[in-house]
Design a protein around this ligand. Structure first.
Ligand SMILES: Nc1nc2c(ncn2[C@@H]2O[C@H](COP(=O)(O)OP(=O)(O)OP(=O)(O)O)[C@@H](O)[C@H]2O)c(=O)[nH]1
Ligand SMILES: C[S@@+](CC[C@H](N)C(=O)[O-])C[C@H]1O[C@@H](n2cnc3c(N)ncnc32)[C@H](O)[C@@H]1O
Ligand code: SF4
Ligand code: SF4
Length: 328
């Protein structure tokens, strides 16, 4: 097991398989890797199947017990099933996707070993959805959610980024998961650090307060110390779970962060929001991957309050200590 300087064991990896995407969401941080726009064809800079599998196997040797595949849109990778099939059995395998490619593929993914899926659905309203994602894929996403449920991936988590354009749809989405079996909702605080437009952010504290009033039970998840609210449907019949992901300016969230990241180009990085600690894995031999893992874990910093410090105006700027590396 690798543990960083701040006593955080590293138990998970989050692998970006591509930075390509068929959507163009207005808020997209693309895991801190820049724009998703561009051709959809496979790119040469993406890690190959064997490389991804080798990274997972090496992580498993270090006791890492979960892997999340993300992107860009990870389902643009035709080899996703093969990758999942070859991930060591000791690792829980999950996927975060926009859902459009799940119809027709969800079952195969489950057969390959996929255990969980998160599907981004920012609104129930078709027009708002089109506006936010710059796509007309709403029906495909809904079909994708159904395909995941049919394939046995229950409970499916719906990811919703909470910002100016979506905040009004929160109550509707909460009712949606409370009243429909097999669904959970994950409300993600809009993170402007990588994407700009800080004026889009809304006060996530208000969402917590609103949910706390409606909740019949509140839990805390160890990962990121996230809060989970159990909400009853209007008719008192069903129950749904709503989890809040609120990293912005939240040192407690970071203090419970046990994941390192792998970019589609094959670099390890210690934090979603940081790009100055990218560790190349050379030719991606097991030895080189092992070495890069040790280095990236050794370089981890608690993000908010250390790497990023609050300005007098309430914004965030890189701590002077890291300016040199951040510019590199
Ligand atoms: N800053 C920060 N944001 C995160 C972190 N983990 C998740 N997020 C945000 O939440 C989004 C959705 O996360 P997902 O990949 O769907 O899943 P998750 O909630 O991290 O993991 P599970 O609940 O275990 O499936 C990410 O793309 C980020 O925007 C983190 O460690 N740091
Ligand atoms: C970058 S996407 C990659 C996976 C897949 N394409 C999808 O949309 O689910 C992963 C998650 O990050 C979230 N996300 C993207 N930009 C964000 C931002 N600026 N703030 C908060 N969450 C963001 C998305 O909503 C999505 O749930
Ligand atoms: S679908 Fe995912 S990767 Fe694609 S633009 Fe939207 S948030 Fe970004
Ligand atoms: S912002 Fe905090 S929680 Fe997110 S990846 Fe960085 S250290 Fe982990």
């Amino acid at each position: 097991m690798l543990t960083d300087e701040f006593d955080r064991d590293v138990t998970g990896i989050r692998v970006s398989l591509t930075d390509r995407c068929n959507f163009d969401c207005v808020y997209c941080h693309n895991e801190g890797l820049g724009d998703t726009r561009g051709p959809m064809d496979p790119r040469e800079n993406e890690m190959g199947t064997d490389d991804v599998v080798r990274v997972c196997k090496t992580a498993a040797e270090f006791g890492v017990d979960s892997v999340k595949f993300t992107g860009g849109e990870p389902m643009l990778r035709e080899d996703l099933e093969e990758i999942i099939e070859r991930v060591p059995d000791s690792m829980e395998t999950s996927l975060t996707t926009n859902g459009t490619f799940l119809p027709g593929r969800a079952e195969g993914l489950v057969e390959a070993g996929l255990e969980r899926v998160n599907i981004s659905q920012d609104a129930i309203d078709r027009e708002a959805f089109a506006e936010i994602t710059k796509s007309g894929g709403f029906d495909r996403v809904i079909e994708g959610v159904d395909a995941a449920l049919d394939a046995g991936l229950d409970p499916v988590k719906l990811n919703m980024v909470v910002f100016e354009a979506t905040a009004g749809y929160v109550p509707e989405m909460v009712d949606h998961v409370a009243e429909n079996d097999g669904l959970r909702l994950q409300l993600i605080e809009y993170m402007p650090e990588l994407t700009g437009n800080p004026e889009w952010a809304i006060d996530i504290g208000r969402v917590h307060d609103w949910l706390a009033e409606r909740a019949v039970e509140i839990e805390r998840r160890e990962m990121h110390d996230r809060k989970r609210y159990w909400i009853e449907g209007e008719d008192g019949d069903g129950r749904g779970m709503v989890e809040i992901v609120d990293p912005v300016g939240n040192p407690t969230f970071c203090a419970n962060c046990h994941r390192v990241r792998v970019t589609h180009e094959g670099y390890l990085k210690g934090c979603l929001n940081r790009n100055d600690d990218l560790k190349p894995m050379g030719e991606m031999s097991r030895g080189e991957i092992r070495e890069a893992f040790r280095e990236v874990v050794a370089d981890r910093v608690p993000y908010y309050g250390e790497y990023l410090v609050e300005t007098d105006e309430g914004g965030w700027e890189i701590n002077e200590k890291y300016l040199e590396t951040a510019d590199a």
